[in-house]
Design a binder for this molecule. Structure first.
Ligand code: GLA
Ligand code: ZN
Length: 673
């Protein structure tokens, strides 16, 4: 993917979703005055404006948007212009009721919310192309236009539709992929439970059935739904490229969504001109800044390491979780700059002015209900100044230390029904391994299992149930060439069709790990096992154990009790120039830290003992220099070591040897030379 930034931006992007249609026009003038006061450089407009732009079929009203874009331009603010195709107007649905999506149980969703779209519907596709063409023709040359924002968050709130037109589209998709219906039978294993098809026309979406449906069918339906949304994105993108050449096209991702349930961002990352992401703090009792770092690292990885843009986050509380705490003083800046440290070319928000009406009126904004006499507003203005002082980092790249393998197709497969244990939560393992790496102060790149891994001294596979043979060979070659691999249980089990690899588990990883697994033996709730190491130290595991048979691997840690007592819990396999570690139970944080410590020694990664917990240090490097971001999420003042000396950009102070980092603060040192 080419490295692109919004056209005409000379500073970092700072601003938010701007929905002026919710306000009388005199407020717009107040808005741009405040935007200038805060140093706003770009706003996202028109994302939900279809009903205003086309009040009745074929009758357009662009006057208000003309005035708005002119006003922004006169004030030096760039526009990220939406195609409003996530919200067709009610007249469209009344004329084409079958464009409303259908759930797996047959319920057809009603108009009156947003994102109610059947992506296979021909009338929707035609209408989306028409409004996109209208916008592109009108605004291609508008001097405020910086970027196109296609649709909004593909995949939510509806990730797949199960209607008849999707069924027909699914059959066409299957025919293109498999050519014959027998190839589908083979891939899905329809010999099981007598599910054999003799004609593509007999195949339906995996609608609600008496019990568990065919896993291959369910998995392919995820792929189909993802591909269908991407077809629609690409159709809009191609219109925009043709009519407005040179203006980058994006759509806002949600890379770290906890269910990993909607779209394959590896594939989407190749289609957009610039990767953009939305991130909100998830209030689930865990440290929110760790999930934020993970989302940012994953987004950068989807962008192939190129700079990306945080298109939405919040100034303070959100309103769609059960409980939505306000951000603490300084937290918004820490969050924003943590995204920038990990490659974002700015920090944008949902939304500019807090709504008085509608579903999101209790969601924070840059201009809150409390007005400008508020902490949120003061911090917004401060953040604008901070970002302004970081302008030269644009185009630099974040440096990573290690890679974690990640694959949306594997997520979809491991969330299928009827597994050895419902307590095995693959996402929990990924989060926990990420957290353990974060606590060792290592910066993570995520990598597709078939990607080139040779740049990384250490590659971690927290949970990768689905691995193709090609992925297995890839990690094997990585180890043979000197890499260090860490693999957690229930990885490498099935192929791309959710069929178990031939031979003993874990088929795709047997050779590289030098072992086989005879049986899984998950633990019951509340049960745990002790595992002991050669030095007598003891760790605990829960949720999972298995009967590991070492072939060429050595046993490093052994189960002291539980169903696998006496068998290996952690093994290590020397293979040509590298080594591969395997862990067969769910270690707690302390256990993961120990495991990653041993693996880091193999990989030659020195411990960063000089950095306290919850102090994040990340580097961006490029032509304009090396920038060290130090972010203190803890409540103690600390000093962070520097390799050399430089200028701290937020305070303008010189720093040599170490930089003082007060509790809650961020420092960005541009190193000399
Ligand atoms: C998403 C959407 C926005 C808004 C925010 C609220 O990211 O894209 O329109 O609903 O959530 O958090
Ligand atoms: Zn449909």
């Amino acid at each position: 993917m080419p490295e692109t930034t919004p056209t005409g931006l000379t500073r970092l992007a700072f601003g938010g979703d701007y929905n002026p249609e919710q306000w009388p026009e005199n407020v717009w003038h107040e808005d741009v005055r405040l935007m200038r006061e805060a140093g706003v450089t770009m706003v996202s407009v028109g994302i939900f404006s279809w009903a205003l732009l086309e009040p009745s079929p074929g009758e357009y009203d662009f006057d208000w948007l003309d005035r708005l874009l002119d006003l922004l331009h006169e004030n030096g603010i760039r526009a990220d212009l939406g195609t409003p195709t996530v919200v067709p107007p009610v007249w469209f649905y009344r004329a084409h009721p079958e464009a409303l999506p259908v759930a797996a149980d047959g319920t057809r969703y009603e108009f009156g919310s947003r994102g109610a779209i059947c992506h296979s519907n021909a009338d929707y596709r035609a209408a989306a192309a028409t409004i996109t063409t209208q916008l592109a023709e009108r605004y291609a040359d508008h001097p405020a236009l910086a970027m196109w924002h296609v649709h909004n968050e593909y995949g939510v709130p509806v990730s797949a539709c199960y209607c008849d037109s999707c069924a027909a589209h699914f059959r066409r998709w299957l025919a293109a992929r498999y050519e014959t219906v027998d190839a589908v039978n083979e891939a899905w294993g329809t010999a099981f439970w007598g599910q054999r098809y003799t004609d593509f026309d007999q195949i339906n979406p995996p609608r609600v059935a008496p019990t568990v449906g065919n896993p291959g069918q369910t998995l392919d339906y995820k792929r189909f739904a993802d591909a269908t949304m991407r077809e629609n994105f690409c159709a809009e993108r191609d219109i925009l490229h043709r009519l407005a050449p040179g203006i980058p096209v994006t759509t806002n991702f949600m890379t770290a969504l906890s269910q990993c349930d909607s779209v394959d961002y590896w594939a989407w990352g190749r289609e957009v001109d610039i990767v953009t992401n939305d991130h909100y703090l998830i209030t689930d009792g865990r440290r929110t800044h760790v999930n934020l770092a993970m989302a940012a690292d994953l987004t950068r990885s989807v962008a192939g390491g190129a700079p990306w843009l945080l298109l939405e986050h919040s100034t303070s509380g959100i309103n769609w979780q059960p409980r939505n705490p306000a951000k603490t003083p300084g937290q918004m800046a820490r969050n924003s700059l943590a995204h920038v440290a990990r490659g974002s070319e700015g920090a944008m928000f949902f939304q500019w002015r807090q709504s008085r009406r509608g579903a999101e009126k209790f969601h924070s904004a840059m201009v809150p209900h409390a007005g400008t006499e508020s902490r949120v507003w003061r911090e917004v203005v401060e953040l604008g100044a901070s970002l302004d002082s970081l302008s030269t980092i644009r185009g630099t790249r974040t440096q990573a230390d290690v890679a974690v393998l990640w694959d949306w197709h594997s997520w979809w497969a491991q969330n299928l029904a009827w597994r050895p244990s419902e307590d095995h939560d693959a996402r929990e393992r990924a989060d926990s391994f990420y957290e353990a790496l974060y606590d060792r102060h290592l910066t993570v790149d995520f990598a597709h299992p078939e990607a080139d891994l040779s740049a990384y001294p250490l590659v971690v596979v927290p949970a990768l149930y689905l691995m193709t043979e090609a992925a297995g060979s890839n990690v094997r070659a990585y180890v043979e060439n000197g890499g260090t691999l860490v693999v957690s249980y229930f990885s490498g089990i099935v192929d791309e069709h959710d069929a178990v690899h031939e031979g003993a588990y874990p088929g795709a990883l047997r050779d590289v790990l030098g072992l086989t697994v005879e049986e899984f033996s998950p633990l019951l709730p509340g049960q745990s096992v002790r595992v002991t190491g050669p030095d007598g130290s003891e760790l605990t595991g829960d949720v999972w154990t298995e009967f590991v048979v070492p072939r060429d691997a050595e046993t490093v840690w052994t189960y002291a009790d539980g169903p696998a007592a006496g068998l290996p819990a952690v093994t290590r396999h020397h293979l040509v120039a590298g080594s591969a570690w395997y862990v067969s139970t769910r270690l707690d944080a302390q256990g993961l830290d120990a495991l990653l410590g041993w693996a880091s020694d193999d990989a030659g990664i020195a411990p960063r003992a000089d950095l306290p917990r919850d102090v994040e240090v990340v580097r961006r490097v490029g032509e304009s220099g090396t920038y060290l971001f130090a972010i203190n999420h803890s409540s103690s003042d600390v000093k962070v070591p520097l390799d050399g000396h430089g200028t701290e950009l937020l305070t303008g102070e010189r720093a040599a040897g170490r930089v003082a980092l007060p509790a809650g603060a961020v420092r960005v040192v541009r190193l000399d030379g």
